[in-house]
Design a protein around this ligand. Structure first.
Ligand code: SPV
Ligand code: MG
Length: 432
């Protein structure tokens, strides 16, 4: 009897999956692979049904002989030991980012005479609706909020990109590439940066954009995305105000707030000591963390303490002392910041912190020390890497150049080649 293999990552079985199984049965015994949680988060979307429950779900499908776990989205593991005669898939993987996976599978099968079977992808109203419902579920506060903690457990490094609007949120949500290793890659979460949120509103990054406006930005993003959100809470303001911020963020489905140990008029950290900035005392900032943790209603939400000692040139000892104190006060994670080009001081901090604390998540923002890779940071115990401002910094010069050139040429023809087409812009956003 021949073996037919197919890989599922779905949380809900619909007509499309049943069609694949029915077709597969014609060729032999049907083995279904359940794409592991870890592989799913890079391949398509975050699973709303745990791996074990998905396995059970697939086992219930009539015609399925057995179910196993597929850990590698490129199929190397399963094809290596199962040697299926056929791999069957909807023909939607013949184009787009997934086509590289198909090409790789064909190569693996060719080695021993196996074959790929592409069957027409099932497109109907019911399938479309189920897909939309799944997305809707993922965007709900109770699902979204807990996902950062889940991601920290699942992946060596959580990759976060800034978003300051619905549109930038969509870029973080939807950008998927075929990475160097042939595997698909995408961001895990979004950072609602105070710098970019303020800049988008034409305001300086000095806690001038009020919380109501910052929450409105979050809502613009949550309306069109499903990925988890880390909120840049600046100093957190007065402890008496911070407790309300925590509750509001939880309600909005935000996963974490990062607050920095500064007080008074906050300026952006990348100014370093070029501007007057005051660091809060350990006692003051610990009290704010404690107040926030006490106000928090869900177990999912995280309050992450950001340490400015290296930015303000107060030294490594001060940074470490603060980190341990803030964890003791209840912080769910530590963000260590630096504006040096050389990542050495960040790595020294991470190594020294990890020597005494093996579990509290470490967050870094490699804007200045941008030569270091996620992998290297992860090797030093970093859990979350935030790309805090790169979308804004890439959009601004492009827009400015276009504005200058239209003024220069008194028409728009000269800039047209570098613009998205009118057809693309009017169809960029899907209608529901
Ligand atoms: C932000 O993105 O607003 C941050 C990170 O706080 S930084 O700009 O590096 O201070
Ligand atoms: Mg900020």
């Amino acid at each position: 009897m021949k073996t037919v293999y197919t890989c599922f990552s779905t949380d809900v079985v619909h007509d499309g999956h049943l069609n694949i199984i029915n077709e597969a049965k014609k060729y032999g015994r049907v083995v279904v692979g359940c794409l592991s949680d870890k592989a799913s988060i890079r391949y398509n979307r975050f699973p709303t049904v745990p791996e074990a429950a998905r396995i059970e779900l697939y086992k219930q499908i009539e015609g399925v002989d057995s179910v196993l776990v597929q850990n590698d989205m490129l199929y190397d593991d399963v094809i290596g030991y199962l040697h299926p005669d056929y791999v069957i898939h909807g023909d939607n993987w013949c184009s787009g980012a997934e086509s590289a996976i198909r090409a790789h599978v064909i190569e693996l099968l060719n080695a021993y005479g196996g074959e790929v079977i592409d069957i027409p992808y099932t497109e109907n109203e019911k399938v479309r609706r189920i897909d939309l419902q799944l997305r809707e579920r993922l965007s709900m506060p109770e699902y979204r909020r807990k996902r950062l903690r889940q991601l920290i457990e699942m992946t060596p490094v959580v990759k976060v990109m800034e978003a300051h609007s619905g549109l930038t949120g969509l870029i973080v949500e939807k950008t998927v590439i075929e990475g160097d290793n042939g595997r698909l890659d995408q961001f895990d979460a979004m950072w609602v940066s105070s710098l970019c949120d303020s800049t988008a509103k034409g305001k300086p990054d000095i806690e001038l954009v009020d919380m109501t406006s910052r929450f409105r930005t979050i809502e613009d993003i949550t309306e069109v995305t499903t990925k988890p959100i880390i909120f840049d809470g600046d100093t957190g303001g007065l402890a008496e105000h911070f407790v309300y911020t925590v509750r509001s963020l939880e309600r909005l489905g935000v996963s974490a707030v990062i607050i920095e140990d500064k007080k008074g008029l906050k300026k952006n950290s990348l100014f370093g000591t070029e501007v007057e900035q005051t660091q809060a005392t350990i006692e003051e900032f610990s009290a704010k963390i404690e107040a926030g943790k006490k106000a928090q209603l869900t177990d999912d939400f995280m309050i992450i303490a950001r340490i400015e000692s290296l930015i303000l040139e107060r030294g490594m000892e001060d940074a470490l002392k603060r980190a341990f104190a803030f964890v003791k006060a209840g912080a769910d994670g530590i963000m260590i910041h630096s504006r040096k080009k050389d990542p050495a001081e960040i790595l020294e901090f991470c190594d020294k912190f990890r020597a005494q604390d093996s579990s509290t998540p470490i967050v870094v923002v490699p804007s200045s020390f941008n030569t270091i890779t996620e992998e290297e940071l992860s090797a030093h115990g970093v859990n979350i890497v935030i790309y805090a401002n790169q979308l804004t910094r890439s959009a601004f010069p492009a827009m400015q150049q276009t504005a200058m050139d239209i003024l220069k040429y008194h028409r728009a023809k000269e800039v047209d080649d570098r613009l998205m087409s009118i057809k693309d812009i009017i169809t960029l956003i899907d209608e529901i």
